[in-house]
Design a protein around this ligand. Structure first.
Ligand SMILES: *Cc1c(COP(=O)(O)O)cnc(C)c1O
Length: 222
């Protein structure tokens, strides 16, 4: 019941252009099933083994998104079914996803993770690195992937102005990248930003996907 209420409360506030990724990491398959029964179909996980185990017990029409830091040696386990990989943070990871996807005859949509937060531990391309990588054109040779947009995480802070500034950096970068590299590609359209504590701010900065966990499923027990 709580899951159901949380989902309808969130989805009723999302514009038609923004999708909800229900972040189910560390929560059991039964809770995913509860959200599924409310009509939720997109679920985000950030650990390969956990995803593999849950997926085996759940309906086939779930769209699984990988939202966490992905190690290159784990890519092969998820390429047969993953619908979107959010946090591609190095050219090498993108190459490996493409290589493994080609082996199974798939083309996997990927988002480049942009480092906008002040915390030093966050992964991702800086805006400059992102522009330089796209300008290199390397990604154009990768037939197993297609770039579908950008992803970011804002700083974990109460300071809403700082969060807004970080999302704004990501939004401006998206607009620039779209214009310079993907003007003719309607598939490059996703802006994955916004979590439980900051998704309303993210909506004001062009988010097309909010990744929400604890607000739906409660606190996680790590
Ligand atoms: C865990 C996680 C989320 C969801 O976080 P909540 O604060 O529980 O909404 C979103 N994005 C990423 C990348 C995550 O790892």
């Amino acid at each position: 019941m709580e899951v159901k209420q949380a989902i309808s409360e969130i989805t009723s506030q999302l514009p038609a252009t923004t999708r909800l990724v229900a972040v189910s990491k560390f929560h059991p398959a039964e809770m995913i099933r509860e959200a599924y029964d409310c009509g939720q179909r997109i679920f985000g996980e950030s650990h390969v083994q956990e995803l593999q185990a849950k997926r085996a017990t759940l309906p086939d029409d779930i769209q699984w998104h990988f939202i966490g830091h992905l190690q290159t040696n784990k890519v092969k386990y998820i390429v047969p079914y993953i619908d979107l990989i959010h946090a591609v943070d190095t050219p090498r990871l993108l190459q490996e996803i493409s290589r493994q996807a080609e082996r199974v005859g798939r083309q996997i949509p990927c988002l480049l993770e942009i480092h906008v937060a002040q915390e030093e531990t966050k992964y991702g391309f800086t805006p400059q690195e992102c522009l330089a990588y796209l300008a290199s054109g390397e990604w154009r040779e990768l037939n197993g992937i297609r770039l579908a947009g950008l992803m970011c995480m804002a700083s974990f802070t109460e300071d809403e102005q700082q969060i807004a500034a970080e999302f704004s950096t990501a939004e401006n970068l998206f607009n620039k990248v779209k214009k310079e590299f993907f003007a003719a590609d309607p598939n490059f359209c996703e802006r994955s930003w916004g979590m439980s504590h900051d998704w309303k701010i993210a909506l004001q900065h062009g988010s097309t996907m909010v990744r929400i966990g604890s607000q739906i499923f409660g606190e996680r027990n790590y």
